[in-house]
Design a protein around this ligand. Sequence first.
Ligand SMILES: NC(=O)c1ccc[n+]([C@@H]2O[C@H](COP(=O)([O-])OP(=O)(O)OC[C@H]3O[C@@H](n4cnc5c(N)ncnc54)[C@H](O)[C@@H]3O)[C@@H](O)[C@H]2O)c1
Length: 278
Amino acid sequence: MAGRLDGKTAVITGGGNGIGRACAERFSAEGANILIADLLTDPGNAAAEAINSSGGSARFVEFDASSQEANEAMAAAAVEHFGGIDVVVTAAGISDGDYRSGDIESQLKRMAKAGEAAANNPAAPLIELDIDNWRRVLDVNLTGTLLSIRAAATVMLDQGRPGSIVTIASIAARDPLWGSPSYPVSKAGVWMLTKNAARTLAPLGIRVNSIGPGFIETNMTEAMVSVDEYHQRVLDNTPMGRRGTPAEIANVALFLASDEASYVTGELIHPDGGWFTG
Ligand SMILES: NC(=O)c1ccc[n+]([C@@H]2O[C@H](COP(=O)([O-])OP(=O)(O)OC[C@H]3O[C@@H](n4cnc5c(N)ncnc54)[C@H](O)[C@@H]3O)[C@@H](O)[C@H]2O)c1
């Protein structure tokens, strides 16, 4: 069934890679105009070009999710190019303060360093946590989500037609996982922000829901699964015994974005291969 977002405009933050890119492609195939907003220019442009060359309509804007001005500019660009905003997916996110999507080597080095620190002192992930790093994770994942919701909702309210906002949390919203608290705390915040925004915006015709993926095949998990011990830990906790694909998350996002979810708001859905069956 195609055309579930015909004539609509979707903004996808973090749409240059992984889950965001899969949402952009899936939403385009369902008829939406796509504004990709990402920190990284090359993958952002590549994602927009791929959509345009397969017959869709997409633009890219460079953007830092943690900046209020950048979020306002992102919303203004959607209005300028496509006449408004109907759907937003807030997929821009980082796993630690130094995370840069696609730079697997640096991520492996940071993991090795963290592993060494934890071997010397099991309390290190908490006691030795770098506060600037913690702040960056919260700035991008949590404050960034707030700023994107706010900028998009302002446009949706002005245009006076219903809208759907889909935030990307994680299983880490409800499971502390292992190591640094920054990421789980940021995602728990996204979950509660989603509920709060859903309650505020429901009477005004805007639905706000969240997706809490398990481990998905993207740049974010590549370094982790290249270390056997960590990969096995993920598989052992995932009854389906594999990582999910970005397309499997985009399918859930499409449902939440579309009118099929017209009575769904404030929800957190976990496409996680059964992580939370325990
Ligand atoms: N991959 C997983 O297993 C998994 C699981 C649960 C949740 N998530 C969440 O899904 C979202 C997408 O992650 P992914 O796995 O696709 O990773 P990814 O690295 O493939 O994609 C993340 C995208 O966000 C962009 N980004 C990062 N910081 C940004 C910023 N400050 N401003 C704008 N864009 C920024 C990156 O450039 C990248 O294109 C993230 O919020 C992540 O926390 C991922």
